[in-house]
Design a protein around this ligand. Sequence first.
Ligand code: F6R
Length: 607
Amino acid sequence: MCGIIGIIGKAGVAPLLLEGLKRLEYRGYDSAGIATLVDSRIERRRAEGRIVNLAARIEKEPIAGQTGIGHTRWATHGIPNEINAHPHASSKVAVVHNGIIENFQALRKELEGFGIHFETDTDTEVIVHLITHYLDEGLTPEAATAKTLHRLEGAFALGVIFANESSLMIGARRGSPLAIGYGDGEMYLGSDALALAPLTSKITYLEEGDWAVLTPTGVTIHDETDAVIERKIEKSAASGALEGKGNYPHFMLKEIFEQPAVIGDTLHALLNPVTRTIVLPDLPFDLAGISRATIIACGTSFYAALVAKYWLEAVAGLAVDVDIASEFRYRNAGMPKGGLAIFISQSGETADTLAALRYAKKQGQHTLALVNVAESSLAREAEASLLTYAGPEIGVASTKAFTTQLTVLACLTIALARARGAIDHADEARLSAALTEVPSRAVEVLNHDERLKGLADDIAGVRDVLYLGRGTSYPIALEGALKLKEISYIHAEGYAAGEMKHGPIALIDEGMPIIVIAPSDPLFEKTASNVQEVIARGGRVIFLSDRTGAERLGRVAAATIELPEVDPFVTPILYAIPVQLLAYHIAVLKGTNVDQPRNLAKSVTVE
Ligand code: F6R
């Protein structure tokens, strides 16, 4: 993870580096720092914790310099203190790094053999000393960096500046994304176009193995063999405005409340409400010819994949495998010809998901990326992509990205079902109509916020929480548990309701709240039986259902939230909302940092 930025500017760059880092904070917030060239010497300011700490430090101790690099860190090697904060530097070179150098132990040993002293526990410091070592041998900055890059194993995006070279900056990419930005007599480096958006919209995305030499007037890009290569300049659509929280106390709450609107925006792109049909953008493969689908993702996006498996199998009659990207990429999975591999990712930069995409391409699969960031690596590398129109998601816990992913997947399900002849026009119209109702139903769900806040009071003090669901409600149970874990730090587990009696029912006692996700769908009675089993053992059930479901269960649950009655097809989209709100209010009561929970980062660019 980590975010990096670099600027060869015309005036003092510290404020611009800080602004860029704020835009990259979603990538990590353990520590931050900048390095600039002041009178051709490398100067640094670094601070533990969030960018505000670095800003305070720079206010006390301002830093000049027209060329500089900056970094916001998600710690991999070495605890997140100031010593381990980037940029790392010698008297000759300063480096910011996103990724992991896998052979750093061997390189460190080698360099220590030359009498070089290491100050930090990081893997990055070997890059500083290797480049310095080659500079000491008389190589130019370009040659010293190129030679260093060939010695590194692992994943990285790098930004490097050199003492006495105020018009030079080098960037390199292998495994982690890096963009070059073009200004007027200025040049920029950034982990993404968003970081550079206030500076420029002219962007070149480096390809795997590329390294680039920047001067104030341009860039020379080399490929992995060091040959000079042209890469195209694109116009980025990333907005220069920094997202604000509006009147909300947290981004997460704002993003939860944006869901009716962004689900509507996403539907608007894919569904014609007049004809009640799904209209996908042109795809470079024929949906009717798809023999099997494999859906791959991580975390919350993986739970969206799991919902899609139920949908695609039931509605489109398509065989579907779903897999966690970090497992899939090393499993040597056989992928039959004619298969479609779908990759779901909010950021489009998740390292494991990207690796899985590359594997699937090698297996001859058609590849489709479902992303929220149109210019992301996943979107650029997949054969085709579908966008979620969630807008920037700043809260680290994913909310609106998840429900818009589900919305796209629901549309894709209908399109695939139609192409395969599994549904007729009447079915398509019914399912489409159910989808068009989701934004207004989502507003009704949000009206339960106060009630959920009240329930949060009873849960905030507990140690463990269980979430149960069947069918498409099972992934929502998993998602509810993940939301609670990541922002409230309460242990929670999601279980398939029918699986309870195979072990976890032993956990049930009066102290354990059990959140049951049970819309009145064809599996309702089965889930209701499981609820009775839990209640018979003293379990305290919070029942998320609709009026019909609540009546069918009777008054046995400790609390019931009555959600709108909708077509069972769309319930996972709507039932995601109360579990988000519950987690949010519990976290607020616990006083955690809701938007930036401990140990996490928004974009996971290391494996
Ligand atoms: C949980 C969460 C993560 C992400 C996961 C994948 O709230 O946000 O589990 O879903 O890291 O990220 P993307 O979707 O960017 O690939």
